[in-house]
Design a protein around this ligand. Structure first.
Ligand SMILES: *[C@@H]1O[C@H](CO)[C@@H](O)[C@H](O)[C@H]1NC(C)=O
Ligand SMILES: *[C@@H]1O[C@H](CO)[C@@H](O)[C@H](O)[C@H]1NC(C)=O
Length: 813
């Protein structure tokens, strides 16, 4: 009994009293049963040589018997954990005893062996129970495991874990687990139907990869030994992404602006959306959504970068702003949308446009100021400053632009116009916008100014001087006047007229006619310098305007002298052949003035410059004639031998070219008494009577012939006039009146009876002049006279003409 107690007491430790008591009880039982079997209990892992039991005592043997019986230990498997000390009769630990190695989880664990004695043979069974000590900590096969759990895993999901192992048994074996941290997972200890236990991790609160993409947990296993031992394992939980996040645009509204001239490919802005997910779930593509055609034609979006670029042509004038919906889509089909506002900025790319709404051309030159010429409209499709248009015209023009309402202008006259200064204007209207650089548009209107009769014809000179040689042919052109009119067309069509005035009591037209078209002045009659030396006429120039304007000019016509008159001897008077004789007393001295030949020449100038010469003389040595003064003087002393009757012929010559001359006979009586003279000259008287009679008959005959001639001419003219009137009526009825040369109205006239006109009469008289016989001039005069005028005034004038006829005729005589 005492041995048993000592054995039992060996591993005693304080604090576990009740267990020791149990052991004690067992030992007692074992020792009592063991007449042949002894039981010992020792803890494992005792040092070699440690005491296990005293078999001498417990088997009731003596040490000598052990020696003599050659006691030894027999084991079935030949491993001897326990040895026998024969000297002391004790069992000692011979080899390290590891309960876990020996029995693993079998409990209780015992060593069974026999002690064999010889002489006599004795066999004693020994059982050594190996008691467990907590020499093993729980351990995990893997120190670290990795788990991949989708974030979409629902709570309650379980994940089995590897269990920890503890080779110890009983209290010393694995007792419990802990998991740290435990915010998402808790541990569950589960038993299988066979009783084995395993540990599971259960998801308690859902994972969110986006918050925490991994979790590091430590699983610890504890045994129940004392001191307690533990083992740990690291659990690395990687949260797998689930497409639980939609892409999110960085802004709900993007704004950008770009100019309308931006070229294709210009980047405008970049939209971007982020997706909190990972990997493909975070891959975002961009696109336009719900877009109009215009947007799709104008813009493009890069599906991967989100960059919006210009694709088509922008035109501010068509659309000023684009509103585009953009969509971001991830691979899982989740989307977000945003809006992009693109403002198109105006660029001055449009020139102003000028529209002429109305334009009146030509306008009359007398238009009042502010007369509206044109109405204009200007437009510029640009906006703001680029579309603000100013209009102007070239400054120097007499026009002005008036604004009536925005973008509407009227072009008005600013001054009174004058077609004679400018008959047309090129009005350039310039429209400029205020863009930078500005656009400029020109429009040129050509305005024509129509004529108004505001200018009278103007003669080149106010007065003209013309010279006509006398004895001119009637109808001869004398001069030509010209007037100009600054107006245009009919307003500048000038006709020339002769102002009717009186010259020496006669109408101007009886002297002069004017061609109404050319302004050529014609002499109507032949002028005689001796009758009229100069006269003035007024020519009027009148234009064709309505009302017509006119002006006049004075033409002074000087008649130039011709040597058409021979000198006329005034003294001594020639009466027939006989002549009064001049007396020269015989006592006359040398140089005695016998008489003086007096002659005149109605011409003037050289034509009237007379010289006297002695042509014939009875005695040329006795007399001389003064070359200049026509004085007849004696050259020498008169002698008694000189004849009483001396006859001198003196020629008087003018200085004209060719010169004309007249001769005169001068009778000179050289005597001292009148009766002497008379007797000498009586025969002259008879001569004189005869001469007188002859002259009378001659004149009578001439008068008769002239009268007959006149009568026959009248007859011829009357017949001609009658025939002409008949043809004229015929032409009139056919409307084919030939163009008739124009002659001033007063030039000639004839009343219906066809009475002769004065000019004609004049000419008739002229024919009696021996110098000329211009019968041919009659015809045109009388014809034109008949053509033109049949006014009643003709008769009156006729009467004056008839007096004229007598004048002229007598003059000829
Ligand atoms: C107006 O322009 C036309 C055409 O260019 C030109 O023939 C004409 O001479 C111009 N008139 C004036 C008054 O400048
Ligand atoms: C002719 O002109 C003068 C001045 O040039 C003017 O005084 C006169 O009235 C005019 N006569 C006519 C008939 O036009």
């Amino acid at each position: 009994m005492m041995l048993c107690i000592s054995v039992l007491c060996a591993p005693v430790s304080v604090g576990r009293m009740w267990k020791w008591q149990l052991h004690l009880l067992l030992c007692v039982c074992a020792a009592e049963v063991a007449r042949g079997q002894v039981r010992y209990s020792i803890p494992e892992e005792m040092a070699t040589g440690s005491f296990v039991g005293n078999i001498v005592q417990d088997l009731g043997l003596d040490v000598k018997r052990l020696k003599s019986g050659r006691a030894r230990i027999f084991t079935e498997d030949s491993r001897e954990y326990v040895g026998l000390n024969s000297d002391k009769g004790t069992l000692v630990v011979k080899e390290r005893i590891d309960r876990e190695e020996l029995c693993a989880q079998v409990s209780p664990c015992s060593l069974h062996f026999q002690i064999i004695l010889e002489n006599p043979m004795e066999l004693h069974s020994i059982v050594v129970e190996i008691l467990d000590i907590n020499d093993n900590a729980p351990f995990f096969a893997d120190k670290k495991i990795e788990l991949q759990i989708s974030e979409s895993a629902v709570s309650g999901a379980r994940f089995s874990l590897e269990s920890a192992k503890d080779p110890d048994v009983g209290e010393n074996s694995l007792q419990r687990y802990t998991l740290n941290p435990s915010d998402h997972f808790i541990l569950k200890l589960q038993s299988r139907p066979d009783g084995t236990k395993y540990v599971e991790m259960m998801l308690q609160t859902a994972l969110d990869r986006e918050k925490q993409h991994e979790h590091k947990l430590i699983l610890a296993a504890f045994d129940g030994g004392s001191p307690q031992k533990s083992g740990t394992m690291h659990i690395h939980v990687e949260v797998l992404d689930a497409n639980d996040n939609a892409p999110v645009f960085s802004s709900t509204l993007y704004k950008a602006s770009l100019t309308e001239n931006s070229v294709k490919g210009t980047a405008i802005l970049k939209v971007s959306a982020t997706d909190a997910d990972k990997g493909t779930n975070a891959e975002v593509t961009y696109s336009f959504s719900q877009i109009t055609d215009s947007v799709s034609e104008t813009f493009d979006i890069d599906p991967s970068s989100g960059e919006i670029t210009v694709k088509g042509k922008l035109d501010f004038e068509k659309s000023k702003q684009f509103e585009i919906n953009v969509k971001a889509t991830d691979q899982g089909g989740l989307t977000d949308s945003s809006k992009v506002l693109i403002d198109v900025l105006d660029v001055n790319d449009n020139a102003p446009v000028i529209t002429v709404m109305s334009f009146s051309s030509p306008i009359p030159e007398d238009s009042a100021t502010e007369t509206i010429i044109a109405m204009l409209n200007v437009k510029d499709s640009d906006s703001g400053k680029n579309g603000k248009v100013r209009c102007s015209i070239n400054n120097e023009l007499p026009f002005r632009l008036k604004t009536t309402s925005p973008n509407f202008y009227s072009l008005v006259t600013d001054q009174i116009l004058d077609r004679e200064k400018a008959y047309e204007y090129n009005i350039t209207i310039t429209a400029t916008d205020e863009g930078s650089p500005p656009y400029l548009t020109n429009k040129t209107l050509t305005l024509k100014i129509s004529d108004v009769n505001d200018n009278a014809p103007l003669f080149e000179k106010g007065s003209y001087t013309a010279y006509v040689m006398e004895n001119n042919a009637p109808g001869m052109s004398v001069y030509s006047v010209k007037a100009k009119d600054k107006d245009f067309g009919n307003n500048a069509q000038i006709s020339y007229f002769l102002e009717d005035e009186q010259i020496n009591g006669l109408s101007t037209s009886s002297y002069i006619s004017v061609n109404s078209e050319s302004g050529t002045i014609y002499a109507v009659r032949s002028f005689d310098f001796e009758q009229i030396k100069e006269f003035k006429i007024k020519v009027k120039a009148q234009d064709g305007g309505s009302p017509p304007l006119s002006s006049n000019a004075t033409v002074t016509i000087f008649i130039k002298d011709q040597n058409d008159n021979a000198p006329q001897i005034l003294y001594p008077i020639q009466i027939g052949v006989s002549q009064v004789a001049e007396m020269v007393p015989r006592s006359a001295d040398v140089g005695y003035l016998v008489t003086k030949v007096v002659a005149v020449d109605v011409d003037s100038g050289q034509n009237a410059w007379l010289s006297y010469k002695l042509l014939k003389a009875t005695d040329r040595a006795l007399f001389e004639v003064g070359l200049q003064n026509g004085e007849i003087r004696t050259l020498r002393q008169v002698t008694d031998k000189d004849a009483v009757k001396q006859r001198l012929t003196v020629v008087v010559e003018d200085n004209g070219q060719p010169s004309r001359s007249a001769t005169v006979n001068v009778n000179v009586a050289v005597a001292d008494s009148f009766p002497e003279v008379l007797s000498e000259f009586t025969d002259y008287t008879q001569d004189k009577d005869y001469n007188d009679n002859l002259t009378f008959y001659l004149v009578l005959a001439l008068a008769v012939v002239s009268f007959l001639f006149i009568i026959s001419i009248i007859a011829i003219i009357s017949v001609k006039v009658y025939r002409w009137r008949q043809t004229r009526l015929y032409y009139k009825s056919n409307g084919n009146l030939p163009v008739i040369p124009y002659y001033p109205p007063l030039y000639a006239d004839v009343d219906g009876a066809g009475t002769l006109q004065h000019v004609y009469n004049y000419e008739v008289c002229r024919t009696t002049d021996s110098r000329k016989s211009d019968i041919k001039f009659m015809r045109p005069f009388s014809q034109s006279a008949l053509n033109v005028d049949v006014s009643g005034a003709g008769t009156l004038r006729m009467e004056t003409k008839e007096t004229e006829v007598t004048d002229e005729c007598s003059e000829v005589r």
